[in-house]
Design a protein around this ligand. Structure first.
Ligand SMILES: Nc1nc2c(c(=O)[nH]1)N[C@H]1C(S)=C(S)[C@@H](COP(=O)(O)OP(=O)(O)OC[C@H]3O[C@@H](n4cnc5c(=O)[nH]c(N)nc54)[C@H](O)[C@@H]3O)O[C@H]1N2
Ligand SMILES: Nc1nc2c(c(=O)[nH]1)N[C@H]1C(S)=C(S)[C@@H](COP(=O)(O)OP(=O)(O)OC[C@H]3O[C@@H](n4cnc5c(=O)[nH]c(N)nc54)[C@H](O)[C@@H]3O)O[C@H]1N2
Ligand code: SF4
Ligand SMILES: [Mo]
Length: 863
């Protein structure tokens, strides 16, 4: 079979992939011809094959817990929706969609809701992700246009990353920025309260106090004004300046007051301002550290103000650049997936409503914005929305205050969930579960961060009865009596309609014009090359507003919240390098699981000491919303008073790490985006009597310990454990059947049991204090059968007798090299550079995502 050219299903970089179905495991390679990645992939993309398994897939429609035919399930959804609209009005129904749907799926769902059901209650997880950037673009430019492309990163002299951990979250783009620095001396500044891997690689890291970005950016703009860097000619032609704008900016003060407000060294602030003055070719890349804030829209507008006022926009290497998270966050914005827009970048103006009514021949075009995500779930909870259909997202994990979301889901009279996976924390509440085709099976288009539309093409057939999302929605629409409007033969039909709508009576009012594809044939769609719409936006200095000018937005400087007495710490949350959101896919990959095998809470040593917490302890992180358990990791990477936790763990994998339950549901007033990065919190050492881990070929039916986090291994499972009471009876339940050998040392509170079968390790349970447990790697290797089988005595010790094994967390997920092995090699061979490590161990020589960590180990060896 030939390779199929498709696009990665993870982040918004939108890397091209060559995929081939094969005996055993599919083959995945970077597409050397795709302009987004030119052959590169990060660890997540490179390990996609491991996630393409029928295991855990939802194979058939399920109605009230029982398998049902498609016809019955679709008929039920259509009947219930029609009845709900008839009895309670269109606004009693809601859709909650996702940036992981294809453009064609999104288009059809949006059309059904906004054109036919007649409500705009269709929102998406992009509300949690990009909506502040969207609102800021609309305020500044008149339309949601990202005025940058990846080649701007190649041409910039200064790249400022604000609130972005691109080294982990957009690795291929980050590598591209580093390559540009090699080639042309680009300077890189990172603005993030944490010293992330991205910050490690920067020329300058501004570890500002959380929530003070406006003070920094406005301070820079005030400085530009004082030093003559504001482009008055550009402003006169292209930018409207509202009354009072400059006085609002001047409030930020001189570099010293900025430094004080942001808790930064004045010299660092001045160095940043100097770099900005010297290097007009500036790209400011921003992501969730800006968007996910109760001041997200103003923060994003502060960045747009800076670029507009200095004329650093619409020119090569100069642009503000909101990078998107999900593979099709942009496509969703284009078709109108957000409740606050209609379709094809049209707002709810009466002309637009009328235009859509004509184009769709639609009976009920929504005439006002619908409920935004957080409000939509509140409306479900209090009964205003009585039927909800969730597609391709897991809100029971990913919305703020997820406990409240769960009670809303539990109360919803009729909940439909379309997902590829059978059991998710959300689908647990569903009355109807619909099996969706997954990546590798689905067929359509996605738009990446730089407005480039690429094809996702199938190379596998869907398992069971799984069907594409667009088909599912169209079948429901047909059963509701709108068959003519939803008579699509395939994604090409839908794409063409979307393209025609973008061009329909546009007259240049909307920059989103895909007219070039209006006459695309089916064959043309099948062969479509990645293409970017919009070219270099705003190169002519004209903006899609009534007077053709962009707008500066005045704002008051942010004042950081004073810590609360009961909740003295600030909880920040974000992503790990090798996991994707709620782990439904990356959690299937043994290689990806081992970089960060557990949900850690990163704590500054001073805060840990004050709470009597040591490295490896179990910590109860509490907020006014809820509490959850995490493993302590002491760090000097952020200031005291701050905490950092990952977002990935769910009920499926763990009893702890439940970040979604903890976050507070406060939102930005303009965009409705939640302020995920700052929740007041408190920590305490969790009362447990023992810690331990299980390495076993099979997973016990019930684990039942206070804390349990499982990860998949090549030949079984690793479960990290902690509990109270006598561990011995609990051990009974955990271990597989077979011949047991036990070593019990009550005095040292140690219990170790291994199970053997035909000379091979079947399972090992090691219980003790955190520091007394051996590294997991060697036992994992024994289970996989990679190494020669050892003796029971060695299994009990967790290591070959007499040797000290290389172990520790997985550093390089591409070549499976652990941190210890790298550290050992550095010491033994006196390695001095990342390249030397790469040529000896291959670590770091593929996707590059682990290079900052290798560099840190090199530094440690040198020091
Ligand atoms: N590995 C991996 N990659 C992913 C994803 C994934 O799940 N896993 N998800 C994708 C998605 S959907 C998204 S949206 C992107 C997100 O990509 P990013 O936005 O880069 O990732 P986050 O980890 O959410 O947060 C970024 C940084 O914001 C910082 N931050 C917190 N508060 C502040 C503040 O007040 N000011 C500033 N300046 N910074 C602050 C945090 O410390 C954090 O390092 O990643 C995409 N890529
Ligand atoms: N505390 C905190 N919370 C956050 C964030 C944060 O930084 N901090 N970040 C927020 C952000 S930016 C985002 S984007 C969200 C992400 O949060 P979610 O969207 O909830 O996360 P996923 O785990 O990606 O959920 C996608 C679901 O869709 C399914 N799926 C995948 N492909 C398809 C498909 O083609 N069709 C269908 N029907 N289903 C499919 C998957 O199996 C999975 O169950 O989390 C948000 N929540
Ligand atoms: S950077 Fe990684 S996750 Fe993002 S699209 Fe490329 S391969 Fe996929
Ligand atoms: Mo996102």
């Amino acid at each position: 079979m030939e390779s199929v050219r498709t696009t990665c299903p993870y982040c918004g970089v939108g890397c091209g992939i060559l995929a081939r179905a094969a005996e055993g495991q599919a083959e995945i390679k970077g597409d050397p011809e795709h302009p987004a990645n030119r052959g590169r992939l990060c660890s997540k993309g490179a390990n996609l094959a491991e996630t393409l398994t029928p295991e855990g897939r939802l194979l058939h429609p399920i109605v009230h817990g029982r398998r049902a035919s498609w016809d019955r399930a679709l008929g039920l959804v259509a009947r219930r929706m029609a009845a709900c609209v008839r009895d309670h009005g269109p606004d009693s129904v809601g859709f909650y969609l996702s940036g992981q749907l294809l453009t064609e799926d999104y288009y059809v769902a949006n059309k059904l809701m906004k054109g036919f059901i007649g409500s705009a209650n269709v929102d998406t997880n992009s509300r949690l992700c990009m909506s502040s950037a969207v609102a800021a673009h609309v305020r500044a430019f008149g339309e949601d246009i990202v005025p940058a492309g990846y080649d701007d990163l190649d041409q910039a002299d200064l790249v400022v990353l604000i609130g972005s951990n691109a080294a982990w979250c957009h690795p291929v783009l980050h590598q591209r920025i580093l390559a540009a620095r090699e080639a042309r001396g680009t300077r890189i500044v990172v603005v993030d309260p944490r010293r992330t891997e991205t910050a490690e690689e920067a020329d300058l890291h501004l570890a500002l106090r959380p929530g003070t970005d406006i003070a920094l950016i406005n301070g820079l703009l005030a400085h530009c004004r004082r030093s003559g860097l504001v482009d008055d000619a550009y402003i006169a032609r292209s930018v409207h300046v509202p009354d009072g704008f400059w006085s609002s900016i001047e409030q930020a003060g001189d570099p010293w007051s900025v430094a004080r407000a942001c808790d930064l060294a004045p010299a660092d602030v001045q160095a940043f301002f100097r770099l900005f003055a010297e290097r007009p070719r500036t790209v400011t890349l921003f992501s969730q550290g800006i968007n996910q804030s109760v001041r997200g829209t103003d923060q994003a507008n502060a960045i747009l103000n800076l670029h507009l006022a200095t004329g650093r926009i619409g020119r090569p290497g100069a642009a503000p650049f909101s990078i998107t998270g999900q593979p099709n966050a942009m496509g969703g914005r284009e078709v109108g997936g957000l409740a606050t827009s209609l379709a094809a970048h049209m707002d709810f103006g009466p002309d637009n409503v009328e235009r859509l009514r004509r184009f769709w021949a639609a009976p009920n075009v929504a005439s006002k914005p619908g409920l935004k995500a957080v409000d939509l779930f509140r409306a479900v909870r209090d009964g205003r929305v009585r039927m909800l259909w969730i597609m391709a997202t897991n809100p029971a994990v990913s919305l703020p205050d997820a406990g409240e979301v769960r009670s809303a889901l539990a109360r919803c009279p009729f909940l439909v969930v379309s997902d590829c996976i059978a059991e998710t924390d959300t689908s647990r509440f569903a009355h109807v579960k619909l099996p969706a085709a997954a990546w590798g099976e689905k067929d359509g288009t996605v738009t990446n961060s730089e407005r480039r539309i690429s094809r996702q093409r199938p190379f596998l057939s869907p398992p069971g009865e799984a069907r594409p999302d667009w088909w599912i929605v169209a079948e429901v629409a047909r059963r509701m009596g709108w068959g003519d409007a939803f008579a699509y033969r395939g994604p090409a039909d839908i794409y063409r309609e979307h393209v025609r709508l973008c061009a329909y009576q546009n007259d240049g009012q909307r920059r989103l014009d895909l007219g070039r594809h209006a006459g695309l044939s089916d064959a043309g769609y099948a062969a479509m090359e990645p293409w970017q719409w919009g070219g270099r936006p705003f190169a002519d200095g004209r903006f899609p507003t009534a007077d053709g000018k962009a707008r500066l937005v005045a704002m008051r400087p942010a004042r950081p919240e004073a810590p609360l007495a009961r909740w003295p710490l600030l909880l920040n949350s974000g992503r790990y390098r090798d996991q994707w959101h709620s782990m439904t896919r990356t959690g299937l990959s043994p290689r990806l699981a081992r970089h960060r095998p557990e949900p850690f809470v990163e704590i500054a040593p001073a805060d840990a000491e004050a709470a009597g917490i040591a490295e490896g302890d179990l910590v109860r992180v509490a907020t006014p919303q809820a509490a959850s358990l995490f493993r302590a990791r002491l760090t000097d990477r952020h200031r005291p008073g701050e905490l950092f936790v990952p977002i990935h763990w769910t009920d499926r994998q763990a009893t702890g790490g439940r970040t979604g339950l903890l976050t507070r549901p406060l939102v930005d007033p303009h965009s409705g985006q939640p302020g995920f990065k700052a929740t007041p919190a408190a920590i305490a050492k969790a009362a447990v009597d023992w810690h331990g881990f299980l390495v076993a070929r099979t997973l016990p039916a019930a684990i039942g310990t206070l804390y349990a986090v499982r990860i998949r291994l090549a030949g079984g499972w690793l479960v990290e454990l902690a509990g109270s009471g006598d561990p011995a009876p609990q051990a009974e339940r955990l271990l597989p059947a077979g011949h047991r050998v036990e070593a019990n040392d009550a005095a040292r509170r140690q219990l170790r049991i291994v199970v053997e079968r035909e000379g091979k390790l079947e399972g090992a349970l090691l219980i003790g204090r955190p520091g007394s447990l051996p590294p997991r790697e060697w036992l994992i290797g024994q289970l996989a059968g990679d190494d020669e089988a050892a003796s029971a005595a060695e299994w009990l010790a967790g290591r070959p007798l007499g040797a000290r094994p290389a172990a520790g967390p997985m550093l390089c997920a591409c070549f499976e090299v652990t941190a210890d092995r790298v550290a050992q090699a550095i010491a033994e061979h006196d390695l001095g550079s990342v390249e030397q490590v790469g040529s000896l161990l291959r670590a770091g020589s593929n996707c590059g995502a682990c290079r900052p960590e290798i560099r840190a180990l090199l530094r440690r060896n040198f020091a």
